[in-house]
Design a protein around this ligand. Structure first.
Ligand code: S3P
Length: 200
């Protein structure tokens, strides 16, 4: 994995970072916090899919099946990038658990110049987080969850950065900022936050 954010393609001058990772890795929670700390826009791809289709993701899988879901997911990914370019909005985009594992997705994001952070948590942590939540049609039982995870690891490994997300979201965000991998060097960000502190 490379150590510097990529800066090619149409998004070269607009800060745009994708969070990839398996179900339960914290993409939405970490993404929302990270965006708020950076003062960037946060987009959740699953939410975009639900907004466009007007139904929940489990309903979408049930009514239209996974291939149609993947098609809409790819369309929404392109739309999110297009919107950021058009509106020149620095953006953190949380992908769905399967988005980056679809054929061609890593190449598509690389060609667009979008750095991808893989949030990687231990399988036991992923399992325990997903056990307590509903709304994931691909979380059926422990065995299939583990098998899907193993199958997808090779895709996640194509990401530009890997951050351990087994701990709490605040620590994960701090690690991303500390390493400067959202494209903002940690020193600049600290200076920025320092300036924003209300005077006492
Ligand atoms: C999926 C993960 C989900 C959602 C859909 C499919 C997957 O996103 O996109 O249920 O293929 O792993 P989260 O990872 O946010 O749960």
């Amino acid at each position: 994995m490379s150590q510097t954010p990529t800066s090619r393609g149409p998004l070269a001058r607009i800060p745009f970072v994708c969070l990839a990772g398996f179900m339960g890795s914290g993409k939405s929670t970490v993404g929302a916090r990270l965006a708020s700390q950076l003062g960037w826009r946060f987009v959740d791809l699953d939410e975009r899919i639900e907004a466009t289709s007007g139904i929940t993701i489990p309903q979408f899988f049930e009514r239209h099946g996974e291939p149609a879901f993947r098609q809409l997911e790819a369309d929404e990914l392109r739309a999110a990038l297009g919107r950021a370019v058009e509106q020149k909005e620095p953006t953190i985009l949380a992908l769905g658990g399967g988005t980056y594992a679809q054929p061609g997705a890593p190449e598509f994001l690389r060609n667009a110049g979008v750095p991808v952070i893989w949030l990687d948590a231990r399988i036991e942590v992923l399992l325990s987080r997903c056990m307590t939540m509903t709304g994931r049609p691909l979380f059926r039982d422990e065995a299939s969850f583990r098998a899907l995870h193993t199958q997808r690891i090779v895709s996640y490994q194509l990401a530009d950065f890997r951050v351990d997300s087994s701990g709490d979201a605040a620590a994960v965000v701090a690690e991303i900022l500390r390493r400067g991998i959202a494209g903002v060097p940690a020193a600049d960000l600290e200076a920025h936050l320092e300036l924003e502190k209300p005077k006492s």
